[in-house]
Design a protein around this ligand. Structure first.
Ligand code: 5GP
Ligand code: ZN
Length: 113
């Protein structure tokens, strides 16, 4: 728990969110500014700052987050598939420094190369 971290506050319930998935280690909630018809954020409950911090210092969290995504992102939930995005660093668009994965889907997504 990082006192000043927005996503830690969402995890603790101090800041409200629309949760779509939760287990003992991971939560997922709707992005407040959706960039697609469905736009969810998957977050491990233990704070790390970014994907490199998580991969270096808590690699087991990667498996837990991806298992949660696999459980949630079924063909029924995302019949057209989905896109998974992680931004690392301000230059890449990271604005919240609690590791999170954007799960985007719904109607056909624009090309991304
Ligand atoms: P980043 O830009 O760091 O990869 O992604 C941060 C995401 O968090 C953005 O897409 C932004 O819309 C979302 N976000 C920022 N503040 C809040 C909030 O208070 N609640 C929710 N649900 N999403 C937020
Ligand atoms: Zn945090």
């Amino acid at each position: 728990m990082s006192k000043s971290c927005l996503f830690c506050k969402i995890i603790s319930g101090e800041i409200p969110s629309t949760k779509v998935f939760e287990n003992e280690s991971v939560i997922a909630f709707k992005d407040i500014q959706p960039a697609a018809e469905k736009h969810l954020l998957f977050v491990h409950k233990s704070h790390t700052a970014d994907i490199i911090d998580m991969s270096s210092n808590a690699p087991e969290q990667l498996a837990e987050v991806f298992a949660a995504i696999a459980e949630y992102a079924t063909d029924k939930e995302f019949p057209n598939g989905f896109r998974l995005i992680n931004n690392k660093g301000t230059g890449a668009g990271q604005t919240i420094f609690h590791t999170h994965f954007h799960l985007l889907g719904g109607k056909r997504l624009p090309g991304f190369h």
